[in-house]
Ligand binder design. Structure first.
Ligand code: C2E
Ligand code: CA
Ligand code: CA
Length: 668
């Protein structure tokens, strides 16, 4: 705006450089003058009638006086009438200019005639007085813009000159005298007119500027009332407004609106320990990261900073629970990565609370409240993401929460190993153990591997966990040995995914080296599934493992699809008969046939056999009659802690049976 003030032309023909402002100025200018102009036209009529009356009395024998009434007064009257019309208002400048020129010319002619008829007309002071009035009307009173007033005023001047020169052809001196005076009047009126308009234009610019400033301030205030100054995101007020709008649409379309509330309590600590500025910078880069990691969400989510330490996310690309959780996890994961600021790493450790409109709340506020309530639960259960939802018990949600919990479990020391003893059937001597993974959930208690191992495999966590199991079990075995316990075998379950990892043999090797466990003691249990997939790679990996000196055991044999041929091809040392056959065999002829066939095969292939899941004496008798080498099951012991199993291992025999030394190796 200041630019335009500078651009206000100190030019003769005034005009704003900005045509828009010029367009707005004219109505303002005319509006300012309109009523004065109309009043002046009335006054003009009164003056003309007055002149007529005076002349009528003083010079009763001058008939030209009548022209005042029949010519000038009607022109003024017509101009006045038109000034009230819409057309008159629209074409104000030409209308007023025309009125004043016509009145001027008509009066010059009248006065010229009066002069001829011996009255006091153009050649007297009356002429100058009239001319002065016309110029005043033209430049000052009628609201004619200077660029129109100047030619109009000049036309009046010209008209006067022509009339006077015609009337006073013989009196050149008197004519020059009059010309001099009317010209000074013309100049004076023009100057006043110009100066007046200049001031008015200046005032108008100031007004426009003020108006704009007010508008800017107003829209800024409006913006700030709905936005966060640091991030430019909506604040709580703005977000509620957005939610309200979206909710109306959602109801019409029968959609749900998922809302994620991200808690950034850590940010408070950053602010306290560092500065507000640091916290602000962090928030900005955090929002940037949120935007980046949601770039594939279409339509993109609505982010808002609903409080200093909370970001709300309204998802718009998904509405199904599972997808919502997945999207939320993606965002939380992104924020979990450290933020680098001035050479320092900041970990924000965000938590999330999820709620759904309209399931969890019937308004924007209620939905936000539900998300906050969900957030509050994380403190109790140690999860990163929580769902406030009536159907949170559904299998799907449960499973997804389990995923979230598993990540915590890994970091939070909630995993442990249980050990189940392995018994030699001939004398019931406990010769080894199988390590079994246990997860103690902070609120749900013990969770069995069948429930979480498939998830770990899916999430790729199995590698990390498997390595942990491997190291932990090897260490434990060495510790037992060091405390004088004879241990022939420690068996570890290995997932097919671990086997597929080319680095797996290396990991096993370093676990052995680190713990100092003799490789012969270590048994890796694999299921048939590893044999069906990638035969060559599996074979290579198994050979590499065998080369480390350890033994391989085929777990759950009979339940999968491995053929007898593949069993012969792969370098297994031990076959574990699946619990289902062992338990069914005493009463089922089919199961018995399978078990017997496997036993025969194992003998021919010189593999040791282990029967799993022995729960009854009858089952034990059955497998012992088949000359099965080893057994495992609740009949002897359930999986138990390292200390408990140490006690079992030091006793010579479990359940009933003949005592024997611990000198037998578990190979066929
Ligand atoms: P598995 O290798 O077949 O392990 C034997 C399962 O049978 C164990 O269940 C054990 O507690 C149970 N069991 C033992 N004796 C009896 C019995 O007499 N009767 C009955 N009904 N059950 C018995 P658990 O500990 O729940 O483990 C389940 C499966 O999870 C394991 O089956 C194994 O495949 C897997 N698993 C366990 N720990 C790990 C691990 O560290 N890594 C991997 N990849 N898988 C593991
Ligand atoms: Ca096993
Ligand atoms: Ca098994």
């Amino acid at each position: 705006m200041t630019k335009q003030v500078r651009k206000l032309p100190i030019r003769l023909m005034m005009r704003f450089s900005d045509p828009l402002i010029e367009q707005r100025f004219l109505p303002f200018y005319e509006g300012f003058y309109r009523s004065y102009a109309q009043a002046s036209l009335v006054l003009g009529m009164i003056l003309v009638v007055g002149d007529w009356l005076v002349d009528h009395l003083v010079f009763p024998n001058v008939p030209a006086n009548e022209y005042r009434i029949v010519l000038s007064v009607p022109i003024l009257g017509l101009g006045l009438a038109l000034s009230f019309s819409r057309v008159g208002k629209r074409y104000w400048q030409p209308l007023m200019a025309a009125v004043i020129v016509l009145v001027g010319l008509s009066l010059y002619w009248t006065l010229y005639r009066i002069d001829l008829q011996g009255g006091s007309g153009l050649a007297s002071w009356v002429g100058i007085l009239n001319f002065t009035f016309f110029e005043l009307y033209c430049f000052v009173i009628l609201g004619i813009g200077f660029r129109y007033a100047l030619p109009t005023g000049f036309l009046l001047f010209l008209g006067f000159e022509v009339s006077i020169l015609t009337a006073l052809t013989h009196e050149i001196e008197h004519g020059s005298y009059l010309t001099y005076h009317v010209f000074t009047v013309f100049l004076l009126a023009a100057m006043i007119g110009w100066w007046r308009e200049y001031l008015l234009r200046k005032e108008f610019l100031a007004l426009v500027e003020l108006e704009k400033a007010t508008q800017v301030a107003q829209s800024q205030a409006e913006y700030l009332s709905e936005h966060d100054a640091v991030t430019g995101l909506h604040n709580l007020t703005g977000f509620i407004a957005v939610l309200d709008r979206k909710m109306h649409a959602a109801i019409d379309q029968h959609r749900t609106l998922p809302l994620l509330l991200i808690d950034l309590e850590r940010l408070r600590r950053v602010r306290d320990a560092f500065s507000q500025k640091t916290a602000d910078e962090l928030v900005r880069s955090l929002v940037h990261r949120l935007r980046e990691s949601s770039i594939l969400f279409q339509p993109s989510p609505e982010f808002a900073r609903v409080s200093s330490f909370e970001i709300a996310v309204l998802f718009r690309h998904v509405q199904e629970t599972a997808m919502v959780i997945e999207a939320s996890e993606r965002l939380l994961d992104a924020l979990r990565q450290p933020f680098q600021l001035r050479g320092q790493d900041f970990y924000l450790q965000p938590n999330g609370g999820l709620s759904m409109y309209p399931n969890d709340g019937d308004s924007a506020e209620a939905t936000l409240k539900a998300a906050r309530a969900a957030l509050a639960m994380h403190a109790n259960e140690g999860r990163f993401l929580h769902f406030y939802n009536a159907d949170r018990d559904s299998a799907l949600v449960k499973r997804l929460q389990l995923e979230e919990d598993l990540r915590v479990a890994l970091a939070g020391g909630q995993l442990s190993l249980a050990y189940q003893p392995l018994i030699r059937v001939s004398d019931r001597a406990p010769l080894g153990v199988e390590a079994l993974l246990r997860w103690t959930h902070p609120s749900s208690g013990l969770i069995v591997p069948a429930e979480f191992i498939p998830i770990m495999e899916e999430l790729g966590l199995i590698h990390e966990v498997g390595e942990w199991v491997l190291n932990k079990a090897c260490e434990q075995a060495v510790r037992w040995q060091q405390s004088g316990i004879m241990l022939n075998e420690i068996a570890i379950n290995v997932s097919g995914l671990q086997l597929a990892d080319p680095g797996f043999a290396g990991k096993v090797s370093s676990a052995l080296t680190r713990s100092g466990l003799h490789p012969r003691i270590l048994v890796l249990e694999l299921t048939e599934s590893v044999l069906v997939h990638d035969n060559d790679a599996a074979m290579a990996q198994l050979s590499a493992l065998k080369n480390l000196g350890l033994r391989l055991s085929l777990d759950d044999f009979g339940t999968g699809f491995a053929s007898m041929m593949s069993l012969a091809r792969f370098p297994f040392d031990i076959i574990k008969l699946d619990r289902s056959f062992v338990q069914a065999a005493p009463s089922s002829r089919v199961a018995a046939a399978i078990v017997e066939a496997i036993m025969a095969l194992a003998t021919r292939l010189r593999m040791a056999t282990i029967a799993e899941g022995i729960e009854t004496g009858e089952q034990l008798q059955y497998i012992s009659a088949l000359k099965c080498d080893f057994a495992q099951g609740y009949l002897f012991s359930r999986p138990c802690s390292a200390n408990e199993v140490a006690l079992l291992l030091t006793s010579n025999r479990l359940s009933s049976g003949v005592s024997n030394g611990h000198d037998i190796e578990l190979t066929g």
